[in-house]
Ligand binder design. Structure first.
Ligand code: ADP
Ligand code: MG
Length: 697
């Protein structure tokens, strides 16, 4: 569709056309493109986000009985003034036979003022309240009408709009697209009957132009059969696309890593504990994948402290036993270093050679590591994203492990995948302690198998979590002191200050000084993101060895840090943190056998969702439960981060409430891929277009 002209914003805000502006106008076409609207089908599938009911005019007297709800009234203008109290505003009174209503506009244009002549007829829609001027509407939408002007007979759609794109422009462009579209249903009548779904064309038309007798509630709630059809189509496209990506992966070559030999056995023997049943199960899943000659792509989920590292190490051993290299990438230096020490200590006694690579190494050390990696001398490589640099060449990379995978962008994970032996894709194991609800993982992530460690190692005592008002800080400090005297160690997490890293640093430094002064007999450490890696490690080492009893930290300790003797955590301004972040932080304690406590210091009064977050933390330590709650409070887009969520992949369906449709779509996707490829093509073309690329990664 081409729209060459630029249409000015309509009606109310339009000022008389002045001399040409020097700034080149953005073409409407480009404005539409920013909303993802290019082809006719894009417009057709740009469905209303809600509807407004302008079909009815309520008398002013009746309207005043419907306090607070949206109503539309119509009347003759009796008075119009600009008033200055309580602040500058346009105040318009309109009246019908039953009563009068005051319309208030805090921002208004000269052009508006001109329209507002006494005797003119005004149709206004808004929330009627009883305010300063009696029955009134603040900022109603309105238009000037002639007596007896026809009312719309159906709900008025309201579309997602954007800068410089008004409802009127959208409506026009959408009806143009609707008029010329070549309609066909991607699903046959027999299938539709079977699935009890409505036709595509009828559904789309109904949603754009609902007939007067359509059930308004179900339109607004997205439960109308027409919406169901849209949601189903969208989910089907997603399922088809996922399954296709999965099939494509199977055609790619990977080196089989079949050897589970004496190294694995020796490693397990050397551990002071036995694997949990859940660890055994996911290990078996991974082992089976690694034996295949197409690349594994598996997400290992397990709550904080569930013991993912050991499973990853066992996977690495299998790769190495089979004669290939494995690489483990972690998002922070602290975490990478911790993995390196721990895993090297496990594996070096077995004769496995390891290399360590991060951005902070000196050039000489870096070059040495790179040489060992390129020659194959290093069998296991552990590091930060430094391992994905172009200059890092692997001799024979068989397995890629990404810890805390949600911290990395899709691009970063992909570049590791491209470091395999020519023509082959390495197996990939991604780990996450941010438990993603299973439905979400399966529907959002591109082609991905999921393994879950759903039990904690035995002997852990559950963490007790309390909410404490900031005003009781002194009591908290006393408690820290008492804990340290019993030989326990403490994390003190400084508040998150999103707007300013400098301010966050300052706060951490202040907190450190405050605690050092209040607790002179203890050693207080400080760790934050601005420390050089060497300095960071010194502090962490001192903490690990219990030379430092209290560690003041910014969120750098959020991921992975494992110091089992730490059993008290204080989180300041806990109300500023997100749920999954709180859960991650809290996961730093409760790692040993001592009973652990987490104190959530908050500054009241708490807002609604902040309160819900803290209460959730108090009520449960189950990461999956917390993730579910997080999803509920935030919605999936934000939950996964735009980079991973396939962005606008699901515009209409809601994974929480539409699960039954997901199941239907999944079933049909499998069937279509087996028996009806033309339909698969047509459907994907319609719903995904160029978006499909996104799903391949
Ligand atoms: P996460 O899943 O958060 O990465 P880790 O792998 O760091 O957890 O493991 C947490 C702690 O539990 C570590 O100290 C680890 O050595 C220990 N651990 C792992 N598996 C077991 C087990 N089966 N029994 C006892 N302790 C275990
Ligand atoms: Mg971990």
């Amino acid at each position: 569709m081409t729209i060459a002209t630029t249409i000015d914003a309509p009606a109310l805000s339009a000022k008389p056309a002045k001399a040409k502006k020097p700034k080149p106008a953005v073409r409407l076409e480009d404005k539409f493109a920013r909303l993802g609207l290019r082809k006719d089908m894009d417009f057709v599938l740009h469905l209303p986000m809600r509807y407004e009911d302008e079909t009815e005019i309520v008398t002013m007297r009746d309207a005043s009985f419907r306090g607070g709800s949206m109503v539309q009234v119509e009347g003759v203008l009796t008075e119009c003034d600009i008033q200055y109290r309580p602040r500058r505003q346009l105040v318009v009174t309109i009246a019908d036979e039953t009563s009068q209503v005051v319309l208030r506009f805090l921002n208004f244009y000269g052009s508006q003022l001109k329209q507002m002549a006494v005797g003119a007829r005004v149709r206004a829609r808004g929330e009627l309240r009883h305010g300063f001027f009696g029955a009134e509407m603040v900022h109603p939408t309105y238009k000037m009408v002639n007596e007896g002007a026809a009312l719309p007979t159906a709900l008025t759609p309201v579309y997602p709009a954007g800068e410089g794109v008004s409802q009127i422009m959208l409506r026009k462009a959408i009806s143009a697209a609707l008029a010329k579209l070549n309609w066909h249903d991607t699903l046959s009548p027999a299938l539709l009957a079977d699935l009890q779904l409505e036709g595509f064309e009828a559904s789309v038309r109904l949603l754009h132009n609902p007939p007067p007798d359509a059930d308004q509630y179900s339109l607004i709630e997205h439960t109308h059969p027409a919406w169901e059809r849209m949601k189903f189509d969208e989910l089907l496209a997603q399922q088809l696309s996922l399954k296709r990506a999965q099939a494509a992966r199977r055609t790619k070559g990977a080196t089989a890593l079949p050897v589970v030999g004496h190294m694995s056995a020796a490693f397990l023997m050397s551990l002071p504990f036995a694997l949990t049943a859940a660890q055994e199960r996911v290990l078996a899943e991974i082992r089976a994948d690694l034996k295949q000659d197409f690349p594994m792509q598996r997400l290992l989920q397990g709550d904080v402290g569930s013991g993912k590292t050991i499973v990853a190490a066992l996977a690495a051993v299998q790769a190495i036993d089979s004669g290939f290299q494995a690489v483990l990438m972690a998002p922070t230096e602290i975490l990478a270093e911790q993995h390196f020490r721990k895993i090297a200590a496990w594996l070096e006694p077995l004769g496995i050679s390891t290399a360590w690579l991060t951005g902070s190494l000196k050039k000489k050390e870096k070059d040495l590591a790179k040489n060992q990696i390129a020659s194959g001398e290093a069998q296991l490589i552990i590091g930060t994203h430094a391992v994905i640099q172009d200059t890092v060449q692997f001799a024979k990379l068989g397995l890629v492990i990404v810890d805390e995978q949600h911290r990395f962008g899709v691009g970063q994970r992909l570049s590791l995948r491209n470091k395999g032996i020519a023509g082959q894709v390495p197996h990939q194991l991604m780990m996450s302690a941010t438990p993603i609800p299973r439905t979400l993982a399966m529907t959002y992530y591109a082609d991905l198998e999921v393994s879950v460690i759903d039990e904690l190692p035995p002997g852990r005592t559950p963490i007790v979590t309390r909410m404490v008002d900031q005003q009781r800080r002194d009591e908290v400090i006393a408690r820290v002191h008492a804990a340290a005297q019993e030989g326990k160690q403490v994390y003190w997490v400084c508040p998150l200050i999103e707007e300013s890293e400098a301010l966050q640093l300052q706060t951490a430094t202040d907190t450190h000084a405050m605690l050092a002064e209040a607790l002179p007999d203890l050693n207080i450490g400080l760790v934050h993101g601005r420390l050089k890696p060497g300095e960071k490690q010194l502090v962490m080492d001192a903490f690990i060895q219990n030379q430092v009893q209290v560690l003041v930290a910014t969120t750098v300790i959020e991921v992975g840090v494992d110091v089992p003797n730490a059993s008290l955590m204080v989180i300041e301004h806990a109300e500023r943190f997100g749920l999954s972040q709180l859960h991650q932080l809290r996961g730093r304690v409760g790692r040993g056998s001592a009973a652990s406590i987490c104190l959530l210091l908050y500054q009241g009064p708490l807002g609604g969702t902040a309160k819900q977050r803290l209460m959730t933390m108090r009520e449960t330590t189950d990461g999956f439960e917390i993730a579910r709650k997080d999803l509920e409070l935030r919605g999936p887009g934000e939950f996964l981060g735009a980079r991973q969520s396939g962005e606008a992949m699901l515009r209409f369906a809601n994974l929480e409430t539409d699960q039954w449709l997901v199941d239907k779509a999944r079933k049909l996707a499998i069937e279509l891929l087996q028996h009806d490829l033309p339909t698969v093509e047509a459907h994907l073309q319609r719903w995904l277009g160029q978006k499909e690329e996104f799903l391949r990664v």
